[in-house]
Design a protein around this ligand. Structure first.
Ligand code: HEC
Length: 125
């Protein structure tokens, strides 16, 4: 009988701990407004992670004529998100590709974001 009480107490504890864990993980797993906003700017986050080092604000710290601004993209025949995505994956000229560090679809997310920014002249908001 004593044993039984101990074991049932143990189960009770496990039960409460499980509830607590579920409570905390659900607040992570169920998307809040904030995380939906984050997924909207996934392209931006990827850009910051992989591209901004050289292309800060859509510029180019290595080659001045090869920026991500609309005029340069047009001049260089890259005025299309598909083509920008290809550059993200495979690189161009002296820029190496980032295929290995990008997950499938990331190239497109980055390219769409760049294209959007180019059309807004890289002015935030
Ligand atoms: C280490 C520096 C560096 C990083 C990081 C980098 N680039 Fe570049 N990027 C360059 C250079 C240099 C060029 C010009 C290459 C050439 O033509 O020789 C370039 C050119 C480009 C162009 C062509 C622009 C034009 O006007 O012709 C695009 C598009 C581009 N990069 C996109 C990206 C994207 C997307 C990423 C991130 C996935 C990225 N770059 C990361 C250095 C970088």
């Amino acid at each position: 009988m004593k044993h039984f009480v101990k074991i049932s107490l143990l189960f009770k504890r496990i039960f409460y701990i499980t509830i607590i864990i579920l409570f905390f993980t659900s607040s992570i797993l169920i998307p809040s407004d904030e995380s939906i906003a984050l997924s909207k700017t996934k392209g931006e986050n990827l850009f910051i992670e992989h591209c901004a080092g050289c292309h800060v604000n859509g510029g180019n710290i290595v080659r001045r004529g090869k920026t991500l601004k609309i005029s340069a993209l047009k001049r260089n025949g890259l005025d299309d998100p598909e083509k920008i995505a290809k550059v993200a994956r495979l690189g161009t000229g002296i820029m190496s590709g980032y295929e290995e560090s990008l997950t499938k679809g990331d190239d497109q997310l980055i390219a769409n974001w760049i294209w959007e920014q180019a059309q807004k002249a890289w002015i935030q908001g």
